[in-house]
Unconditional design. Structure first.
Length: 394
């Protein structure tokens, strides 16, 4: 059986909203439907009924994104009811996992045209009540927030594995001697690059604002200063901590989606592809050091592609925390940091968990298309200790 080439024809995303911000009134299934509909509308030569499957990443799934949000998006977007949909969960890597699974189906001949993406509304993530072991408990019951992080943790898990995500970032800062000043400088650079990218119109080709919502660009970008960031208190270690709200990604809402095709699907769209999918890799690490998950995943993906860091034109690395991103960069001394997140990263743009991986892949594809040629890479760290990477070429 021959392996088919897989092309990214288009990639779109919503502007990323702040927690409780402009997109907080929009259901996650509606966010997902919006980017699916936008992709279909931007390729009018393609019959929507030709979409073989829709893959969507979603890290939460506890609220309005329950009941297979990918299938809900298909129906809400007005695609034919014959188009199926599947939702995947690899936490922060869910959106990229959706792209990889869709690409794998096309490469193996199980599909010719697929949509892959991700969605998250951290604003609308519900509180959940654990069902009691026996009926009619007399005492008070605890509600758990599903917005982010560990909840209803299995007591058999070692305590060192179940530290907060922020404490995990602090551990990476300890490991690599990453100071508060370096983290704040990294965060400022992320905001500066993001603001410059928007000012230059570099996101115009991929961002599709949600209708009737007053949000046309990413809502978390700030015009800050070193002095302002230095005044923020540590969020996770009151004494001696380095991770703050200013050098970590915020809580966000948003959706992203990509149109993937084989050669037959490419002819049907009548469009020039943005990029071709080359290889991917996933790895595991100690859960508390989740932030270093991309280190080995990136090396494996590049190795499978027969490429090195020197071959990369652009690299989109998710910035869950400045300390986490800097920790990864410290373990890739051969990588030129200037090619990493040239249009800003998640510290500035935001990190709507299930959508971020699809945003990264779409951004790499658009950057390669703008450059005309080259190799690009998208990678994320993943809570509970995983890393995921995807290599694209044009």
């Amino acid at each position: 059986m021959s392996i088919r080439d897989v092309y990214i024809v288009d990639a779109v995303r919503t502007p990323i909203g702040k927690f409780g911000g402009a997109l907080a009134s929009v259901r996650p299934d509606d966010l997902a439907a919006h980017v699916v509909r936008a992709l279909v509308d931007r390729s009018p030569a393609l019959d929507p009924a030709r979409v073989d499957d829709v893959y969507f990443g979603d890290a939460n799934g506890a609220g309005e994104d329950n009941r297979d949000v990918a299938r809900m998006a298909v129906l809400l977007a007005g695609l034919p009811v014959t188009v199926p949909g599947v939702t995947v969960n690899r936490l922060c890597g869910s959106g990229l996992e959706a792209v990889i699974q869709a690409a794998r189906a096309i490469a193996l001949g199980d599909a010719s045209v697929a949509i892959a993406g991700g969605v998250e509304s951290m604003s609308r993530a519900p509180w959940v009540l654990q069902k009691p072991e026996r009926a009619f408990p007399a005492g008070h019951q605890q509600l758990h927030s599903t917005t982010l992080g560990w909840r209803m943790t299995n007591p058999r898990m070692p305590a060192e594995w179940t530290v907060s995500l922020g404490e995990g970032a602090e551990l990476i800062a300890d490991k690599h001697g990453i100071t508060r000043e370096r983290q704040d400088a990294f965060a400022l650079a992320s905001h500066r690059k993001a603001a410059e990218a928007w000012a230059k119109g570099l996101y115009d080709d991929e961002v599709v604002p949600y209708p009737d919502v007053d949000l046309t660009r990413d809502e978390s970008i700030r015009d800050s200063t070193p002095e302002a960031l230095a005044k923020l208190k540590p969020s996770f270690r009151p004494q001696g901590g380095t991770v703050t709200a200013g050098n970590a990604s915020p809580l966000n809402d948003g959706a992203a989606a990509l149109l993937l095709v084989d050669e037959d699907g490419l002819r049907e769209t009548g469009r020039e592809p943005l990029a071709r999918i080359r290889t991917s890799a996933v790895t595991g690490v100690e859960p508390q050091l989740f932030g270093l998950g991309p280190v080995e995943a990136v090396r494996r993906a590049l190795g499978k592609a027969g490429r090195s860091f020197d071959d990369l034109r652009t690299f989109e690395l998710n910035e869950a925390f400045a300390a986490q991103a800097l920790g990864c960069l410290a373990e890739w001394p051969e990588l030129d940091p200037e090619i990493v997140n040239p249009r800003g990263g998640a510290v500035a743009l935001g990190h709507p968990l299930g959508a971020s991986g699809a945003r990264l892949a779409g951004s790499v594809a658009h950057q390669l298309a703008a450059a005309g040629s080259g190799t690009g890479l998208a990678a994320l760290c993943i809570g509970v200790g995983q890393g995921l990477a995807l290599v694209l070429e044009r």
